[in-house]
Ligand binder design. Structure first.
Ligand SMILES: NC(=O)c1ccc[n+]([C@@H]2O[C@H](COP(=O)([O-])OP(=O)(O)OC[C@H]3O[C@@H](n4cnc5c(N)ncnc54)[C@H](OP(=O)(O)O)[C@@H]3O)[C@@H](O)[C@H]2O)c1
Length: 375
């Protein structure tokens, strides 16, 4: 495929990120695409970047590429297979053994429009990878996030968040029995049961985020915020992996509308590193491509019933998400974790440059949204 020009990376790094020295950031799915770019850019900003991937040659070679692209960067590989709850729990324990604080967890990894298959845990492969396992990972790491003075949970959603409300059946142990694989025509048109499951999983990224922020607010926890992002439509391995199982047609001309993986990563990069990020912020392009502005969430994303179905479904799958005692100082509710952890003080927030005028100009330059064809 022809190389796609990256348009917004430099502006976002210059105007919407801070020095991340001394900060520890965990990112899922860094073997390619938006996760790889996010890992690289946050390491350039000085963060210690934990690379949470399932074991594969891809994860080894991606780490080597990151180390060669950012020779001064600090990358730490942690095995985390989101299709296996035991692996997710083990990853969180490993992080807890090595660090006494986590400043950001970026739930980026995902799969799209896969066949109707169950994981070993019994859940739909898309729902588990994209939504239920990230919920588990976040809840297991929440104690570490509470030890940061600016803890961030960043969830990567999609234009595919838009559509019908949640149906509890997608959160149940119904893997392999959620509508089948769809016809080739449906799959080429990005509709049918595979895409319904993807939609549910990507809506769940949003309802998880807003449900979490609501609970943080209720408990008066201001040192952790929940943030949302979406990449628009970016050329990554997501589409080729989907096409390899019949989930979509990558030769249809659709890919000519995609932006680069770099530009697709900017929503999560802003959410992880923008010093001006506020609780519940949602960063991404208005349509397929463009500058990752601050977006208003659609009503569907903050609907109490949708939030209830997502939270009850995830908690039934992986256990209750305990946020701690209301309005207590962090030190009083979180036990010490261990002596061998990262002891660097949290870095002073430094805004490198501020150019809100430039941002606004780019914000209005994005095109209209084509909901039907969003990934
Ligand atoms: N690209 C787009 O246009 C687009 C649009 C909307 C939303 N998104 C979202 O963006 C996120 C990143 O996707 P991408 O476009 O960058 O695709 P990508 O290049 O395919 O990256 C996906 C990452 O997720 C990882 N992953 C998949 N299954 C995993 C598992 N079981 N455990 C751990 N990691 C796993 C992959 O690792 P492996 O190498 O091990 O498979 C890979 O590192 C996804 O959440 C996706 O839904 C992308």
């Amino acid at each position: 495929m022809q190389k796609i020009e990256t348009k917004h990376l430099q502006t976002v790094i210059a105007d919407h990120t801070q020095d991340m020295s001394g900060r520890v950031v965990a990112i899922t799915g860094t073997t390619s695409g938006t996760g790889y770019v996010c890992a690289r850019e946050l390491a350039k900003l000085g963060a210690t970047v934990l690379l949470l991937n399932r074991d594969s040659d891809r994860s080894v070679s991606a780490r080597q590429r990151l180390e060669s692209e950012v020779p001064d960067g600090t990358f730490v590989a942690i095995t985390c297979d989101l299709q296996n709850f035991a692996s997710v729990r083990a990853a969180a324990q490993e992080i807890g053994r090595r660090y006494d604080r986590l400043d950001a967890l970026c739930n980026n990894a995902g799969v799209m429009a896969l066949p109707d298959q169950a994981t070993a845990d019994g859940y739909d492969v898309q729902m588990q990878t994209n939504s239920i396992a990230p919920f588990l990972l976040t809840k297991e790491l929440f104690g570490l996030l509470r030890r940061s003075d600016d803890g961030r949970v960043v969830n990567q959603s999609s234009l595919a968040r838009r559509g019908a409300g949640h149906d509890p059946m997608y959160f149940g142990r119904n893997g392999g029995d959620l509508g089948g694989d769809g016809s080739p025509e449906d799959n080429a048109a990005l509709r049918g049961p595979r895409w319904q499951r993807y939609h549910q999983s990507k809506l769940a990224n949003c309802t998880f985020t807003y449900g979490l922020q609501q609970r943080l607010d209720e408990r008066g926890i201001t040192t952790v915020k929940a943030l949302l992002a979406h990449p628009g439509f970016a050329a990554t391995s997501l589409q080729t992996n989907s096409a390899s199982t019949g989930g979509m047609d990558v030769d249809s001309g659709l890919m000519s509308q995609a932006q680069s993986a770099e530009d697709g990563a900017l929503g999560i990069i802003r959410a992880c590193a923008d010093p001006g990020a506020r609780p519940g912020d949602f960063f991404g392009p208005e349509g397929y491509t463009g500058f990752p502005g601050r977006l208003p969430p659609e009503d569907l994303l903050t609907d109490p019933e949708n939030i209830r179905i997502c939270w009850e479904g995830c908690e039934a799958a992986v256990g209750a998400f305990e946020l701690g005692v209301s309005r207590c100082p962090t030190a009083a509710v979180i036990p010490p974790i261990g002596p061998d952890s990262l002891r660097a003080p949290v870095a002073t927030v430094t805004v490198r440059r501020s150019n809100t005028v430039a941002r606004r100009v780019v914000d209005v330059a994005v095109g209209p949204v084509d909901v039907e064809r969003g990934s």
